[in-house]
Design a protein around this ligand. Sequence first.
Ligand SMILES: C[S@@+](CC[C@H](N)C(=O)[O-])C[C@H]1O[C@@H](n2cnc3c(N)ncnc32)[C@H](O)[C@@H]1O
Length: 305
Amino acid sequence: MPFWGLLRRKRPTTPARALHAPTLAQPPAEQESAARFQRRYLEDVPYLLPKDEAEIDRLNFQHYALMSVQKVHIVTPLEKYPQAILDVGCGTGLWAREVGNRFPACRVIGVDVEPPERLPTTPINVQFLYSDVLKGLPFDDNSFDLVHQRLLISAIPARSWSAVVRELVRVTRPGGWLQLTETGGYYHRPGPFSLRVSGLLDRAFERWGFDPYIAEHLPMYLQQAGAVEVEKYVYSVVLGEGGGQGGRLLQKDLLALLHALSERMASLIAREEWQRMLEALPAEWASHQTAFQFHVTVGRKPPAS
Ligand SMILES: C[S@@+](CC[C@H](N)C(=O)[O-])C[C@H]1O[C@@H](n2cnc3c(N)ncnc32)[C@H](O)[C@@H]1O
């Protein structure tokens, strides 16, 4: 079946964007001051993070940081030869491209409100499409062996999660799997700066209508949507040198993420104070051996009886 065989209705596509190598060349502080008042944001969706070149770099870098800890793209059981996989809010498309390479006979579709450009290296079985998950997915019921969604905590308002998860389950085929990765301010052995930063973020997310603890609520949403065999895997990584390669990469990513939120946070805290706290974090993380967590929740659409 061609890709468009899975499509329920046509959506406009948005202009393609350049993709960059997965490096965070500039230290986050310099990156932030260079781009301080010039970040680009999406206008038609309530997405909190910037959507610009620096964020594309961060998302690619973050993909490698997460993969260095998680090791595998797919933690659910899966048919040996899956036929169709969906990645919702696919960002730069790295996960989808790598999964497309891994399963060359499988159609892999990444959807996003600003889909990535198709690179010459994009496998032919991988397609990127426009879709706003808050308005429903443009696919028939029971279309995909696996539906993957990662880090949409700052894209899906708290009140919309239940409907979004029902939509993800709708497009999963009976017996197919869902894999939803989220994080939040989950620290082990936090010091005072970590506690202050995550407390401020919690307040900010709640004020803006987002759920800072969505990772904890996803198993419930999956069960309410009819999923079975729901389980959660928690990955915990010591930030910085103490956590090896994963810890070093995640520290850099987390700092870049906190800097990316600076502009939004200015409504709650003076910029200079936020900056000062972020600058103090690496030393505090090293002295406390602070660990950061991300949660991967999986579930299965009941097989047809
Ligand atoms: C933090 S990024 C995560 C990207 C990717 N899942 C990853 O893990 O690298 C969130 C992505 O969600 C997309 N997004 C935001 N709001 C969306 C919506 N309503 N529907 C679909 N995608 C959305 C953004 O454009 C962005 O690419």
